[in-house]
Design a binder for this molecule. Structure first.
Ligand SMILES: *[C@@H]1O[C@H](CO)[C@@H](O)[C@H](O)[C@H]1NC(C)=O
Ligand SMILES: *[C@@H]1O[C@H](CO)[C@@H](O)[C@H](O)[C@H]1NC(C)=O
Length: 332
């Protein structure tokens, strides 16, 4: 009897019941996709890439060093909720850590520093959450804090304007200004304090475009007969000595590019014992462009050397679309 009635409904006689039926189905459909459908941790393509990743070279001689993914938060920072998707994926793909370049997304909290943080900066709870999540996914967090060039996020602010090496550009901090070292150490302290598990810090120091430009630096260079390279070393060593004294267990990484113009003698005399350089090159033919002598020189001076490639970005500031071929050769 009931069945007959139902059939009637579909053929349109008691139209109301048919409408109720369709409405209920629609609501169930919406609820399924909103509440019940299990959310996959990895997107399908990413999982496929991982499963298909069976290149024989990697099987025969697996790389045993650390594998770190650089997460650069300048400009378009990740939402905190996204790390929950990202970290398990990175871990599964074989990463052993993440290099977190916070820039103005770090919650600087002293009177002097608090203007540095962006309005949408992470909170202390967020930083703790990111650290805990990384730990759960067996990823070491290495905070990166620029200490020489690329301090735009700091030097663009009115209150730090007088620390610029060149008044017109907020790129490089003046290494001989009396306030510079205390300011950088205060930033380092806050970053280190909020990363209690981290065993490594990265102090940046790449692309220091203006060295010895201001009168103060020029005078000091003349007074102590310092070359630009020596001025660079004075500042970097000032930072690393302080960091090492305060946090003797921290490994200190920095970008290598400023060392490329050094002679072997200059590097050896440079007392760089606390530094592990990260050699970065994002172009197609890394070996040819850096040249074999660079590696010889670094291996003579540093017990540990890191290398950095790029899978995205870093191929020109006006590039709209990434060339995957380029990145493939960069990795090779
Ligand atoms: C932070 O910014 C506000 C508003 O621009 C300013 O009044 C204040 O002096 C700044 N703080 C410091 C420590 O410079
Ligand atoms: C200054 O340093 C250069 C090399 O760094 C050296 O050749 C020169 O003799 C020094 N000059 C003085 C006056 O010490």
């Amino acid at each position: 009897m009931k069945k007959l009635y139902f059939l009637n409904a579909i053929t349109g006689k008691p139209l109301k019941i048919y409408l109720v039926f369709v409405t209920v189905l629609f609501v169930l459909f919406i609820m399924y996709f909103t509440y019940f459908k299990p959310k996959p941790v990895l997107s399908k393509p990413a999982r496929q890439i991982f499963d298909d990743y069976k290149h024989p070279v990697h099987r025969e001689s697996p790389f045993e060093g650390a594998k770190i993914v650089h997460i650069d938060l300048k400009g378009a920072p990740l939402r905190v909720s996204y790390y929950k998707t990202l970290f398990p994926l990175l871990s599964k793909l074989g990463a052993s850590g993440v290099l977190m370049e916070y820039e103005d997304m770090f919650p600087y909290n002293s009177r002097l520093l608090k203007n540095i943080s962006a309005l949408n900066a992470y909170t202390y709870e967020d930083i703790k959450y990111i650290n805990d999540l990384a730990h759960q996914n067996r990823l070491e967090v290495i905070p990166l804090l620029q200490t020489f060039g690329h301090l735009e996020f700091l030097l663009k602010l009115e209150e730090f304007r007088d620390l610029r090496e060149v008044p017109d550009y907020p790129q490089v901090i003046c290494p001989t200004h009396e306030k510079t070292m205390d300011l950088l150490m205060e930033m380092i302290d806050q970053v280190v304090d909020s990363h209690p598990r981290s065993k490594t810090i990265h102090i940046g120091a790449d692309e220091v475009y203006y060295l010895g430009f201001c009168d103060r630096c020029a005078n000091i260079m003349t007074k102590f007969n310092l070359s630009k390279n020596m001025l660079f070393l004075e500042h970097v060593n000032g930072i690393t000595r302080r960091v090492h004294k305060k946090y003797p267990d921290l490994k200190i990484l920095m970008w290598d590019d400023e060392f490329r113009s050094f002679s072997l003698k200059e590097l050896k005399n440079g007392d760089l014992r606390y530094i592990q350089p990260v050699v970065w090159k994002y172009s197609k033919d890394v070996y040819e462009e850096l040249g074999p002598s660079l590696w010889d020189m670094y291996s003579d001076v540093f017990p540990n050397v890191w290398v950095a490639s790029a899978f995205k970005g870093a191929t020109g500031i006006v590039l709209l679309q990434q060339s995957s071929g380029w990145k493939y050769f960069n990795y090779k």
